[in-house]
Design a protein around this ligand. Structure first.
Ligand SMILES: Nc1ncnc2c1ncn2[C@@H]1O[C@H](COP(=O)(O)OP(=O)(O)OP(=O)(O)O)[C@@H](O)[C@H]1O
Length: 301
């Protein structure tokens, strides 16, 4: 039940515009019952990677396999049968406003060919009252809607859950609750969870491992405590320094000011070198090898 992403390249092509290599050679594994947090600034390719895992973006190079079977673009109906389910950022857009919540959850149950489970049981599993099944999405808060979207994803009995910024549109009070719920549901059912967020504090709370993405590549990956306590890539170090303090104060490290370089024309050498305070000559000309830390400061001699 392992999700294996190997040397993945995903390009966006639109007429008259340069090709955007949004994922530029990324490798990542998510095992059953494991929670992997994928973090990085906006535009670094997290959503593109997530969508490729769900068969929503075609793979340009490299591979994605789930349970040993290559993931390929699929129509909506067959997608629900693959065992991979995605929870999107915006619970207002992802639920149909005109249909009752219970009916939307029942769609997933039907595709999983499981007539036994009642949508209300799934609502209970995500911490909502059973009677919500008869109501419409507009009656609920963002956090409640996201729980409903999670119940709908669970209906298809996923063996892998992908959360693409599933908490970033929610109130602060709901964020940690929804993240923890996704973790508990995935771990309890033995499914893997790839949790994408730009909020490192929440990822620290729920993830077994953290993968840090920069301009289409994974620049650091490791156990959550290790990455948190001893970040080794200068980009990871900057991201951690950028986390606001409990008093709300925070200073954006110099490395993260200004725009992320354009993925259609990435810098030569290490992609982070123009923003890196430790850049050496080699960093300007040669891309570091992928590994737990893709950085020339940490290359074995
Ligand atoms: N359909 C598309 N056509 C062209 N370019 C795209 C398309 N989708 C994404 N991109 C570009 O690909 C790059 C990666 O985008 P992506 O949404 O994957 O990043 P992200 O890390 O998820 O960012 P965010 O957190 O803002 O969603 C960006 O430069 C984005 O502008």
């Amino acid at each position: 039940m392992t999700l294996e992403i190997k040397d993945l390249v995903v390009e966006h092509r639109s007429p008259g515009r340069p090709v955007v290599r949004a994922v530029a050679g990324a490798s990542l594994t998510v095992r059953p019952g494991e929670v992997v947090g994928l973090v990085g600034e906006s535009g670094c390719g997290k959503s593109t990677l997530a969508r490729a895992v769900c068969g929503l973006n075609p793979v340009t190079e490299g591979s994605i396999t789930f349970e040993g079977v290559p993931v390929t673009p699929l129509g909506l109906r067959r997608r629900t049968l693959t065992g991979v389910q995605m929870v999107f950022q915006d619970p207002y857009a992802s639920l149909n406003p005109r249909r009752r919540v219970g009916d939307q959850i029942a769609d997933g149950l039907r595709t999983a060919r499981d007539g036994e489970t009642d949508p209300a049981d799934l609502l209970e599993r995500v911490g909502l009252p059973r009677e919500f099944a008869g109501r419409h999405p507009h009656e609920f808060s963002g956090g409640q809607r996201q729980r409903i979207a999670i119940a709908r994803a669970l209906a298809a009995r996923p063996r892998m859950l992908i959360g693409d910024e599933p908490i970033s549109a929610l109130d602060a009070s709901a964020q940690a609750q929804v993240a923890t719920l996704m973790r508990d549901l995935a771990v309890d059912s033995g499914a893997g969870l790839l949790f994408i967020s730009h909020d490192l504090s929440v990822v620290r709370l729920i993830a077994d491992r953290i993968a840090v993405m920069y301009l289409g590549r994974i620049v650091e990956i490791g156990d959550t405590a290790e990455v948190w306590d001893d970040p080794r890539h200068p980009y990871t170090q900057a991201l951690l320094r950028a986390i606001p303090k409990p008093d709300g104060m925070g200073v954006l490290p110099e490395e993260l000011t200004g725009d992320v370089p354009d993925p259609a024309a990435p810098p030569e050498g290490c992609r982070f070198h123009p923003r890196c305070p430790f850049a050496m000559d080699v960093c300007r000309v040669k891309e570091p090898e992928p590994g737990p830390v893709a950085c020339w400061l940490h290359e074995p001699a």
